[in-house]
Design a binder for this molecule. Sequence first.
Ligand code: G
Ligand code: G
Ligand code: G
Ligand code: MN
Ligand code: NA
Length: 252
Amino acid sequence: LSYGDLIRRAIARDEFSVNYQPLFNLETNRYSGAEVLMRWQLPDGRWAKPDRFISAAESEGMIVPLTRHLLMLISRDVRHWHVPPGFHLGINVAAEHLQHPDFVQDIRGFSAQLAAKKLNITLELTERSLISDGDDVVKKLHQLRAEGIHIAIDDFGTGHCALSYLQTFPLDYLKVDRGFVNAIECAGDEAPILDAIINLSQKLRLKIVAEGVETPIQLDYLKKRGVIHIQGYLFAHPMTSSALMAWLRSKN
Ligand code: G
Ligand code: G
Ligand code: G
Ligand code: MN
Ligand code: NA
């Protein structure tokens, strides 16, 4: 069996599940959303590595069916959620899905299923996915934004991309890659690239999310520079849907 066949069989056997990593908002001092992260538990109980099976799904033409399956799994979870209106849900979208003719319809259908919860759905795109078919993608993103979907650039700063795309595409958030946050190791450290990204986001009126925040020193650095949205192990690890609900009940 090819990796693609294994993924197809695993979808049929319901072996995929979803984890949610809470995002903390320093303005409200509350958890204000979560990023969706896909998980695959093999029949022998081991967990497949997400970066491995996701890149395999991409190269074997399975990322679109897998992401559609993921959207179904999320809907199944969210039905049991009690969250305030505007709670953020970040979903990673692969380049190939963005280019797919049914992309807008897939997201629209998903959003319609969850409409009652009034979530703030944010699609996390990589810089790489914006390179090809630019005009077509711009059109799709405008359509979705007109329907209340938000757009984030994931792993910002790692994409070998000309920055001009920041003015071409309709965007809401930059998620600064955790590598730039990791540059802050000790009190007194400077992180010039992180500072530049924060300044850039302010000039462009984009909101910024800091990823991979692991230490109080990093948190303090970000706080001092006005970063509001924080994601990282310092606050919360990825967790199951029911653990997320328990987390929000006890922390918010
Ligand atoms: O938990 P972490 O190891 O989950 O994720 C590893 C990588 O896999 C990250 O780059 C993350 O963005 C990606 N990833 C996790 N879940 C998904 C998903 O549902 N879709 C896509 N396209 N990527 C995902
Ligand atoms: O590429 P993307 O940003 O979507 O990937 C998210 C990945 O980052 C997931 O694998 C998630 O488990 C991981 N992650 C989340 N918070 C932290 C953190 O504080 N430190 C590290 N090293 N990884 C993190
Ligand atoms: O202590 P409490 O249950 O309120 O903390 C909730 C979560 O928020 C914890 O995971 C904690 O790490 C995180 N948290 C909230 N505010 C801060 C802060 O200012 N500094 C640090 N280090 N963690 C914080
Ligand atoms: Mn992401
Ligand atoms: Na990222």
